[in-house]
Design a protein. Structure first.
Lengths: 181, 463
């Protein structure tokens, strides 16, 4: 087999039948989104969010499956997936901390909150704790400027943060998570 | 009671806002909700509503201040049965609020979702759109939930769907929740995002009013702009212009953040002065802090300083003193926060959120960040200031598809002007003079240098 054939074959194998990969719940949710848009490709971002909601992040396999379901080229879908701050293309922890690093938070004590979180979790921006509980990311302005500093974890927004209150919130989440298991 | 009515008349947008529990459909109707939409749909033809909005003097509240009626008038209108008519037109509410220091639309979305739904019915009727989307930023989860509730109620009560209120007008309204990217607030990027494409802004022309979403005529309006419509239709043009007789028409939701005593949002007649917002409403600076300057309308506006505080916050007045009204949210700088660090934070935001399509923006914003970081960390040179000036020109209007890079220039160039001494001190002292730790470290270093210099009797001192 010459080199060119190898490449061709590699590309061929990178398709995934969505019906075998995605769950019925995922397919139903994505089809609903597709039904309210004019084209199937317009449901791309919603589809990525649906899969991420179910699986925590968007793996290559998920990307190929969505591509198959919507009939959108994988490269285009990847262009969309990597464009957005809230789509995770790498595995993340159980809780993703989106710490607002925009100007109102900067002026009102972000530095102290950030140091406290980093120290408490022993991670930097972009990293996940060893126990898989927390991932730390920065976020552009969360729109809580009158209640800064602020962070978002899941769908919850936490405001008026201090170094102490931020750590307390993380401790409570960690304890809650353990109780669930 | 009359005092109450008068007060509400001056605060049309926020009078029905309830953040704890927004008004459900019946309660909203009881206080006067859907009356504006009734006036529009049952008493006027679309072109008449367009004239009302045009004559009201309503300008876009998203930042650019473009007259709303004029924007709508570019949408081609067709007689019934016209073969040239497109099969659809679209209305989009721009709820992708992500301008740092701006949180006004969040109040309207979370606190009065029916007001936006009613407004969109009026706007869609006027331009002849049968499908509308609320393009909501991904982080506003509560707003998404409450908007969907309001939309469901509107469908149940025949304010959405087929033959609305027994007219021929039909409208479907959907919430599209985005996934976090500042550039999606730019209307052509937003349209690409809604089409499922990577959200780079488009070249204009064609303008969205002619060829927008899926190639069809499309109007994109900011949430606060739209929310004025029910009140204009209900109370009339004279009332709307009477709110602020000496300024742009209507009210404006102003805000303040930073280390002021009471940060927040206040709906005031258009043209309240900066001083009024900063001192009467935001309570002035926190104890022990002095006012240094402010950005009058979000991260992408020019700094203004003490000499500008008596400027009315309307489009022309703020422009006259060299900035923009923008979103009307003040970001206030105090004397214990470093202006260089503030601009560095702002430019980092723009560099991160640049979509990367145009070279001046993709390369210029991180370049400015690199230079600013060097200065802030005490490693800057005087030539760096020339580089920053050059970058302000490199990224200015006309060199990029959209306004992101020029928006980044505005705080940068004005900081170089008003806080020039701060930049110089960083360079001359080799440290940030707002950071005690950095000064102490610097002193230690220079003392040990002096010691070395003295013992070796070198003439290197001062280099």
């Amino acid at each position: 087999m010459n080199k060119q054939e190898t490449v061709m074959q590699t590309i061929d194998t990178l398709t995934i039948d969505y019906q075998h990969y995605l769950t019925t719940a995922e397919i139903t949710a994505i089809e609903h989104e597709a039904s309210i848009m004019e084209t199937r490709e317009a449901a791309g971002i919603e589809a990525l969010k649906v899969v991420q909601d179910h699986r925590g992040w968007v793996s290559d396999e998920s990307l190929f499956a969505i591509s198959d379901l919507l009939g959108v080229p994988t490269a285009q879908l990847e262009g969309v997936a990597t464009f957005y701050n809230l789509i995770y293309r790498q595995p993340v922890g159980q809780y993703v901390i989106h710490l607002c690093d925009s100007i109102a938070c900067h002026l009102t004590g972000l530095d102290g909150v950030l140091s406290a979180i980093k120290q408490h979790l022993n991670i930097e921006y972009g990293q996940t704790t060893k126990d898989g509980k927390f991932t730390l990311l920065s976020n552009a302005c969360l729109g809580s400027c009158d209640k800064a500093p602020a962070m978002m974890i899941g769908r919850e927004h936490y405001q008026h943060l201090t170094p102490e209150s931020a750590v307390e919130i993380l401790q409570q989440l960690a304890a809650h998570g353990e109780a669930d298991e | 009671m009359s005092e109450q009515i008068k007060n509400n008349d001056l605060k049309p947008l926020t009078q029905w806002v309830n953040l704890q529990q927004p008004l459900a459909f019946d309660d909203y109707c009881q206080v006067g909700g859907y009356q504006g939409a009734k006036v529009a749909l049952l008493q006027h033809q679309p072109n008449e509503v367009l004239d009302i909005v045009k004559n009201s003097g309503l300008k876009g509240r998203g930042g650019a201040g473009f007259p709303t009626g004029m924007k709508w008038s570019f949408v081609p209108m067709f007689a019934e049965g016209d073969e040239d008519a497109p099969d659809n037109k679209y209305l989009v509410a721009n709820a992708d609020e992500m301008e740092p220091g701006t949180f006004k639309d969040r109040l309207l979305l979370e606190g009065a979702p029916h007001q936006l739904v009613e407004a969109m019915i009026i706007a869609a009727y006027t331009i002849g759109a049968n499908k509308a989307y609320i393009f909501l930023r991904g982080e506003y989860h509560l707003a998404a939930k409450r908007l969907q509730q309001a939309i469901d109620e509107a469908y149940q009560n025949n304010w959405l769907g087929e033959n609305i209120q027994a007219t021929k007008f039909c409208l479907d309204l959907y919430v599209h929740s985005s996934a976090g990217r500042y550039i999606c607030g730019e209307e052509t990027a937003l349209i690409n995002a809604l089409e499922g494409k990577r959200a780079n802004p488009r070249a204009k022309p064609p303008f969205p009013q002619v060829s927008g979403l899926f190639g069809k005529p499309t109007i994109v309006n900011n949430v606060e702009t739209l929310c004025n419509l029910p009140h204009i239709l209900k109370n009339g043009i004279e009332w709307f212009q009477g709110i602020a007789p000496n300024s742009d028409a209507g009210s404006k939701i102003y805000g303040a953040c930073g280390r002021v005593k009471t940060p927040g949002l206040w709906e005031l007649p258009m043209g309240a002065t900066l001083r009024e917002v900063l001192y009467q409403h935001a309570g002035g600076m926190q104890d022990g802090l002095q006012f240094r300057g402010l950005l009058p309308g979000g991260a992408s506006t020019d700094f203004l300083v003490a000499e500008h505080l008596d400027t009315p916050m309307d489009y022309d007045s703020i422009a006259k003193v060299g900035s923009r009204l923008g979103t009307g949210g003040l970001i206030v700088l105090d004397d214990k926060n470093c202006p260089v660090a503030m601009v560095l934070n702002l430019l980092r935001f723009f560099a991160q959120e640049s979509c990367g399509w145009c070279t001046p923006c993709r390369d210029g914003t991180p370049w400015a960040v690199e230079v600013l970081a060097r200065i802030e960390h005490g490693k800057g040179k005087k030539e760096d200031l020339d580089t920053l000036e050059k970058l302000c020109d490199f990224m200015w209007i006309g060199k990029t598809h959209c306004a992101l890079a020029p928006g980044a220039v505005e705080p940068l160039r004005s900081a170089l002007k008003y806080f020039h001494d701060d930049f110089l001190q960083h360079i001359e002292h080799g440290c940030c003079h707002y950071d005690p730790a950095s000064i102490a470290k610097r002193k230690q270093v220079s003392q040990s240098h002096n010691h070395l210099n003295n013992t070796s009797n070198s003439s290197m001192a001062g280099q």
